[in-house]
Design a protein around this ligand. Structure first.
Ligand SMILES: [Zn+2]
Length: 214
């Protein structure tokens, strides 16, 4: 699960390309080894961001490499790595449809099979905590024991994975699901997956989560 700085940079640019953030919003990180994390810096445009702009810290946030300050949301990233050794990529984005659910404080229901397989089930809504605070980090991390994404009340989303690329894939899946559920509700009442299917698929999620190198 070795993550390079290039992996973090690629995911940061991918997040912008896929329309999950605008301007300098959002942030990306990857676990470079057991107790070091590479994070995007605060206030640098993704278009011009280079490897030299990235920052390496320990799990407490002490800067070990880099000349810039790490993202102001570093507490969010570090709380996920401290709690879950299998997580090696974290992305925080402000994707529009997912953020709609953040405004009404509603989970995004897992009524599409791939959502259960990749994200573990319904995408939970975290209690509101101020942006950039340790409390927000702990609140978000506490929701990710059996999920790979969570919604930040009145703010945006966080997704995780065993690499920055997988975390980006999960961020896209959250956004696409939010858009589909929003549209489905305009057409009628979305029907949940059969309980048995849900159980089986969440078993597949757990297997991948516990064996990140599979
Ligand atoms: Zn944010």
């Amino acid at each position: 699960m070795k993550v390079s700085k290039q992996d973090v940079l690629d995911a940061a640019k991918g997040m912008l390309d896929k329309g999950l953030v605008a301007g300098t919003a959002g942030n990306v990180s990857g676990r470079v080894d057991e107790d070091r994390v590479c994070l995007t810096p605060s206030s640098v445009a993704y278009e011009t961001m280079t490897l030299d702009d990235l920052v390496v810290t320990d799990l407490q946030g002490n800067v070990l490499e880099g000349t810039r300050g790490p993202t102001s949301e570093k507490a969010l990233h570090l709380a996920c790595y401290r709690r879950y050794p299998e997580i090696a990529g974290v992305i925080h984005s402000h994707a529009a449809h997912a953020t709609m659910f953040a405004l009404v404080h509603e989970p995004i229901p897992a009524i599409i099979e791939e959502v259960v397989v990749y994200l573990g089930g319904d995408i939970p809504i975290c209690d509101y905590k101020g942006t950039g605070t340790d409390d927000l980090g702990e609140e978000v991390a506490s929701r990710l024991a059996d999920r790979s994404a969570a919604i930040l009340a009145n703010h945006g989303i966080v997704s995780v994975g065993n690499s920055p690329d997988k975390a980006l894939h999960n961020a896209e899946l959250v956004e696409r699901t939010a858009m589909i559920v929003w549209g489905a509700r305009a057409l009628g009442t979305p029907i949940p997956l059969p309980e048995k299917v849900n159980r089986n698929m969440s078993g597949v999620y757990k297997m991948f989560r516990e064996n990140p190198d599979m």
